[in-house]
Ligand binder design. Structure first.
Ligand code: ADP
Ligand code: MG
Length: 266
């Protein structure tokens, strides 16, 4: 296995709050990594630092031979780290297919074309692109909705579309921000099954930030646990579930470890 991303000494403060405090983090290619932690523990901050929404105060993020710390979000995205947003962002009056086409628009290489043949070549490229996008829609189960406008879709379907848009960017790393939020248990299971299908099909590495522990415990190879901006534990789901520091961080010290463990497992 090769290391795809390596984070060292990552720090970010807001006022006096250490939202990320000296975080080291390493990810193997092909891994499914969960990031968990109580509310306010720094999960979103970590996510935002990796995707360029926040600029780190200190630390390095080595990816693909570059230190991407402080890069603009679009530059990070175009280098292969795609994300979904907790709030669904899409063009509601466009068709599902066009929403995907727009997501990967930057990939059609108009600039390199020689002028007389450009229209033909562009048409051909768009056809190939359209086929690729239809293939993604097939995989996420939305092929029948390709020509429906996004506004006509249910929340669950929009979640899938958001996922499809991220995949359309052909990422190496896909970062999911609370993918299960607001979904019914059945829809969560469906979404995660599709996420794993996409992972296998496109050879993705996944980072899943999620407060619904069941999702992370069932899906991830390894889990990193944050508390007060620090990484307090890391390991397999079983290791993390049994880690005393995790149990304390999550639920305070009042409950017996057994009770808490049960809760983490539920
Ligand atoms: P989580 O996602 O685990 O709930 P966050 O990363 O959102 O945690 O927050 C970690 C801490 O950083 C919190 O104390 C939060 O208030 C603070 N924080 C995060 N983003 C900002 C911001 N943009 N401005 C000020 N404080 C922030
Ligand atoms: Mg958050």
């Amino acid at each position: 296995m090769t290391e795809i991303i390596k984070v060292t000494g990552l720090c970010k403060s807001f006022g006096g709050v250490h939202a990320a405090n000296n975080i080291d983090f390493s990810l193997q290619e092909g891994e499914v990594r969960g990031i968990i932690g109580p509310n306010g523990s720094g999960k979103s901050t970590f996510f935002n630092l990796l995707t360029g929404i926040y600029t780190p105060d200190e630390g390095t993020i080595i990816y693909d031979g570059h230190n991407i710390a402080g890069w603009e979000p679009h530059r990070i995205a175009s280098h292969g780290i795609a994300r979904t947003f907790q709030l669904l962002r899409m063009f509601t009056e466009m068709s599902v297919l066009d929403n995907l086409m727009i997501g990967c628009h930057c990939q059609v290489n108009y600039g390199a074309l020689s002028a007389p043949f450009a229209p033909l070549t562009i048409a051909r490229e768009e056809k190939v692109l359209r086929e690729e996008m239809m293939d993604i829609l097939q995989t996420i189960g939305l092929a029948d909705y390709a020509h429906v406008t996004a506004s006509e879709m249910s929340i669950g379907q929009r979640r899938l579309l958001a996922l499809g848009r991220a995949i359309a960017m052909k990422p190496r790393i896909l970062m999911l921000d609370e993918p299960a939020a607001g979904l019914s248990p059945v829809n969560v299971d469906n979404l995660m099954a599709i996420v794993m299908k996409l992972k296998d099909k496109y050879g993705l590495t996944l980072i899943i930030v999620e407060h619904i522990l069941k999702v992370v415990m069932e899906t991830c190879d390894r889990i990193s646990v944050l508390d007060h901006g620090e990484k307090i534990a890391e390991g397999s789901p079983d290791e993390v579930r049994d880690d005393h520091a995790v149990i304390e961080a999550y639920l305070g010290k009042e409950m017996a470890d057994d009770e808490v463990r049960q809760l983490l497992a539920s």
